[in-house]
Design a protein around this ligand. Sequence first.
Ligand code: SF4
Ligand code: SF4
Length: 185
Amino acid sequence: MFVLAVIYENCTGCHLCELACSFKHHGVFDLSLSRITILTKPEVQTSVQVYCLQCRDAACERVCPMDAISRDRNGAYIINYDRCIGCRECAYACPFGAISFEVEARPIKCDLCGGEPECVAVCPHDAIVYMEEKKAARELKKAKAAGVAYGLYGGKETSEHPRKKAEEAVEYLMKLVEKSGELDV
Ligand code: SF4
Ligand code: SF4
């Protein structure tokens, strides 16, 4: 099973992941429609990504009165909108605040983009990675042992994921737009 993991130190708070996410799911660049949220604290130069951790025994799945949430083959919890009644119980139950709502009161959450997360592809600093769960756990252990407070890898120098250039990220976004053929830019 693959999981989304973050290298906090690599994140510059550029919000490109949020833009790519909203475009992928809604066809618009709108931060409020992103399933990943970047909280920035410029005063301490820190950015933290908030997103669904696809928990084992997930609270959202358990509380849903309509059994509208289930796991797909990638391990992502998916909302069945044919069953969802918009009661918001899932959002209240999520301990990570990873479920938000569209204007029509439909809950939205990370679905791992069907196994090819757009945020990972676009991030110009490789701050988000998608890797095998056991490997991610090992890296977290290593980071903890090294006394690192944030992130899986504990720093830019030790990251085995080379940074992309910002231009590559912009190019990627443009390709997304071109692929959709619906947006006038
Ligand atoms: S795209 Fe990468 S560097 Fe930019 S805010 Fe998202 S995680 Fe951080
Ligand atoms: S908002 Fe929808 S998915 Fe969430 S708990 Fe209510 S019925 Fe279930």
